[in-house]
Design a protein around this ligand. Sequence first.
Ligand code: PMP
Length: 371
Amino acid sequence: RTYLDYNASTPLRAAARTAMLAAHDTVGNPSSVHAEGRRARAIVDTAREQVASLVGAKPSEIVFTSGATEANNTVMGAGWKSICVAAIEHDSVLAPARACGAKVVVLPVGTDGLVDLASAADAIAAAGSGGRALLSLMLANNETGVIQPVAEAAEAARTHGLSLHVDAVQGPGRVPVDFARLGADTLVISGHKLGGPRGVGALIVRDGVNLPALIKGGGQERRRRGGTENVAGIAGFGAAAAELAREADVAARIGVLRDKLESAVTAVTPAAVIVGRDAPRVSNTMCVAVPGKLAETLVIRMDLEGIAISAGAACASGKVGANAVLAAMGLPADITAGAVRVSLGRETNEDDIAAFLAAWQKVAGGAALAA
Ligand code: PMP
């Protein structure tokens, strides 16, 4: 099998697995005062430092959650009067924003995949002057890989008095994430997108920002997230973060493979359109459509050839039809219905690219059309 769906989830790093097994072999509630409890607390605290250090935050700013979805829900549910969101945000931002009773302002996105903050300037200013308001913008889009102008968003939020939230799930290992410099009030990352386990994430809340708990309970995580901590999951997340922080050249190496893949794909299928190619993009993602070919069909046929890719976000898959992110970019129906996402990662090598291209030739290439 050739796994090329890293934007959906990544293989568990050996270091994360080791840390998780060790944590599973300990007893004790991190809130207990006895030695066993303190030992469990120490595991969580070490991971807190590792995750904080990866994203340039202070350990006191990290709140461990069950994943980025919970972290995004926590931020959206914080009693905003209005929320400005980019049209291409992940469903774990859009759905709670729409459900929380706030006035939702959807910010437009260009065909290049970049949110258009300039044409939304008046709407952002109006939201800011109308009371407690949030601006939410992702760091890199999970479908196209397009890197969003978060520094400009921070500037607009500061000017007009909005709080800024950044979904940075697709960031670590691909674009530098520096919470202290970003100027955001809150930021989220997810364990399983960086070689940690599924079901654990971090909500990063700038010191001094008041954010009520979504999950109310025993006052864990400095009263920001009730419930006994997922000690093993957190340990694995921390170990993955620590290892990632030490890796320097992975994104560049993957970028070479991705660019090679894109050139080969356009040679095999000259009608193919690479979405977001002209915008700043993370180096691991290729979003490609061949007009006339349906995304679901491509994904299933590639799967039968042993290649794992996706049509739309994994969490939205199963729904046949237009890709919502590409539709928000204003792309035509044959692109939104046909786009597949191929996302590479740390373990991807030349053999994976060769395997993908052999299958692509068969499934989407001219030979397949003639057959
Ligand atoms: N935001 C983005 C941009 C994502 O890509 C994902 C994962 N598909 C999430 C949030 C949700 O993360 P989790 O799986 O940890 O809930």
